[in-house]
Write a new protein. Structure first.
Length: 367
């Protein structure tokens, strides 16, 4: 009998899928350092770089999602899907996993489908408050479905659902005692109120346009801004920022020290990806969520509304952001009572040890 566990983790495509996947892998290794872990991702996607950088082996599938803007590119989808399922079967035959994990993303579906065909027990980590079509189908044969929001029994068999929360990057949410260091890092004043704007690893056009539209209001209010623009948008924004804005504004394409950015913030403006929300709950600062409308099944709006229902965030629709976002942020910044209410309520939703809880669920189904 083999004592060393072998686990396949599949999925990726965005940081919101990759960071949780790596966190689960790290937790599995923390519980038992002998655990063998293999990742399966999509060729050409960011997991093919990020996973090896984290110290794990990954195999890529030639798979894509449905292309909403290109009918012609969808013609290859059935062939790529079939090829990915066949390759997944070969991977399972070679690796002989005790269990498989799907975190979402293109590669997750074919791998978990192959696992079901081969009788390998699998777990789904559903990050959003609204389950996608693929996960709903795969959920029927899953051993466990780890979720981050209440009410997920509407999508999955109730007996399989375990509320674990979404794994967070521990180094990003470790903000205690870092406020002074944060202001030194960003060369800002600890005596002025500070807004943090984060649009995900790629940036968010709507958030950037909203800030640019009301930059004069931010400066006039003598408010500081830490602004993650995203790599694509940074050159244009840098050109538009004149000298008179630079004293209070720190715009950068990517924030390498999220912990310090969170530590400095009095109010945070963010998209509503599930991974980001998990971090924001642990950080416990007042948040304004502006969900991206350009995601499958509009799940970011549903994620944000779940927090709104708990009075745990402010909400601004994407279509209204350019007109309303900065006014909303400045009002919140000066409303101490509301800030405390939002901070208290979002903190109640934090599940900081999700990675270890999920890892133990994986090991349980692998027995």
């Amino acid at each position: 009998m083999r004592s060393r566990k072998r686990i396949i983790i599949s999925g990726g495509g965005t940081g919101g899928h990759i960071f949780p996947a790596i966190a689960i892998a790290n937790a599995l290794r923390k519980i038992d350092a002998t655990t063998e872990i293999l990742f399966v991702g999509a060729l050409g996607r960011m997991e093919m770089e990020r996973v090896p950088a984290a110290g794990y082996r990954i195999i890529g599938l030639n798979i894509q999602g449905i292309q909403r803007k290109s009918i012609w590119r969808n013609l290859m989808f059935p062939f790529k899907l079939l090829g990915s399922v066949m390759k997944s079967i070969r991977i399972i035959n070679d690796f002989k996993p005790d269990a498989a994990v799907g975190v979402g993303g293109y590669a997750s579906g074919p791998l978990l489908y192959a696992a079901s065909m081969k009788g390998v027990p699998y777990l789904i980590q559903e990050q959003n408050s609204y389950a996608g079509v693929t996960n709903k189908k795969l959920g029927k044969k899953a051993k466990k479905i780890c979720v981050a929001f209440d009410g997920m029994e509407q999508f999955f068999p109730a007996g399989k659902v375990v509320k674990t929360g979404n794994p967070v990057r521990k180094e990003s949410v470790d903000i205690k005692g870092k406020r002074e260091k944060a202001f030194e890092e960003f060369k800002l004043s600890p005596d002025k109120k500070t807004i943090l704007v984060i649009g995900g690893s790629l940036g968010a056009r709507t958030l950037n346009n909203s800030v640019m539209a009301d930059l004069k209001k931010i400066v006039a209010a003598d408010v500081q801004l830490i602004w993650q623009t995203g790599k694509y948008y940074f050159p244009e924004i840098k050109d538009e920022l004149r000298d008179d804005y630079r004293a209070n504004i720190r715009a950068m394409e990517f924030l390498n020290r999220m912990d310090l950015a969170y530590a400095a913030a009095d109010v945070i403006i963010s998209r509503a990806g599930a991974g980001t929300i998990a971090e924001l709950c642990v950080v416990g600062k007042p948040v304004i969520l502006v969900p991206s409308p350009n995601v499958a099944e509009d799940h970011q709006t549903k994620n944000a509304k779940a927090l709104v229902n708990d009075n745990a965030c402010e909400y601004v629709a994407d279509r209204k952001a350019v007109a309303d976002l900065i006014d909303t942020a400045l009002l919140l910044l000066n409303d101490e009572k509301k800030k405390k209410t939002l901070s208290d309520n979002i903190s109640k939703l934090a599940l900081p040890n999700a990675d270890e809880v999920i890892a133990r669920q994986v090991l349980e189904i692998s027995e």
